[in-house]
Design a protein around this ligand. Structure first.
Ligand code: GRF
Length: 218
């Protein structure tokens, strides 16, 4: 296994995506360790999940900061204190500013419960149902200054059925979120992602041994 990168996870709610990242890391499937979890919501169950796994967890109440930038400055300081190299937004319901973006250029990922660029913003699953889509899904993307508009890393699709409610469709999408977010993190950790304009290029995995023969007994 390669050297582990340190990731910081920003959350606001239940934290099922955080859990999928924790589980992947604990199963040895990620060349990453979770250095810290930060929530803007004191009641987020995600904080509890982090504590159960002995991950440093912090609550920062955004309402006690005069501006978004002031909040982001403290978030960035915390992330730097924990030597974070990649920031993942896993159900983080805050609009971020240039303070965070500039501190982690192309090292800030978000997960969105729609096949972007369709249905950015809030209530994506409900937007998709109201639009009458037959295929829905989720997207992991790098974050830029827009809303859910950054370069796309991985997407997964699920069917949308006539009988779906927002809840049933969301649950089907969430199951895929839990697969693609750890995958995107692992691609980043392996150094296989590069961004060219809007396109995220994914390098093939380096074959074990490269251009030399390995001792099969090793
Ligand atoms: C997910 O659907 C994610 O795509 C969206 O917010 C939800 C968070 O769920 N941004 P959880 O807190 O990870 O369970």
């Amino acid at each position: 296994m390669a050297e582990k990168i340190r990731i910081g996870v920003l959350v606001s709610g239940n934290g099922s995506n955080l859990q999928s990242i924790i589980d992947s890391a604990e199963a040895g499937k990620l060349d990453a360790e979770i250095a810290c979890v930060i929530s803007n919501n004191a009641k987020a169950f995600a904080l509890e999940r982090a504590k159960r796994h002995q991950i440093p967890a912090f609550h920062l109440d955004h309402r006690s900061f005069p501006t978004r930038k002031a909040f982001d400055t403290v978030v960035v300081n915390l992330l730097h204190d924990h030597q974070v190299q990649l920031v993942v937004m896993a159900g983080f319901n805050r609009i971020i500013t240039s303070i965070l973006l500039d501190a982690f250029p192309m090292s800030l990922m978000n997960i969105h419960p729609a096949l972007l660029p369709s249905f950015p913003g809030t209530n994506a699953q409900q937007q998709a149902l109201e639009h009458g889509v037959k295929i829905a899904g989720c997207t992991v993307h790098f974050v830029d200054e827009g809303t859910d508009s950054g370069p796309i890393i991985i997407q997964a699709a699920v069917p949308a059925f006539d009988s779906d409610t927002e809840e049933t469709l969301s649950a089907r999408i969430l199951a895929e979120e839990h697969k693609i977010f750890p995958k995107a993190i692992q691609l980043f950790a392996e150094g296989r992602l590069s961004v060219q304009g809007r396109n995220v290029l994914i390098k093939p995995p380096s074959t074990s041994g490269g251009n030399f023969l390995e001792n099969p007994a090793a």
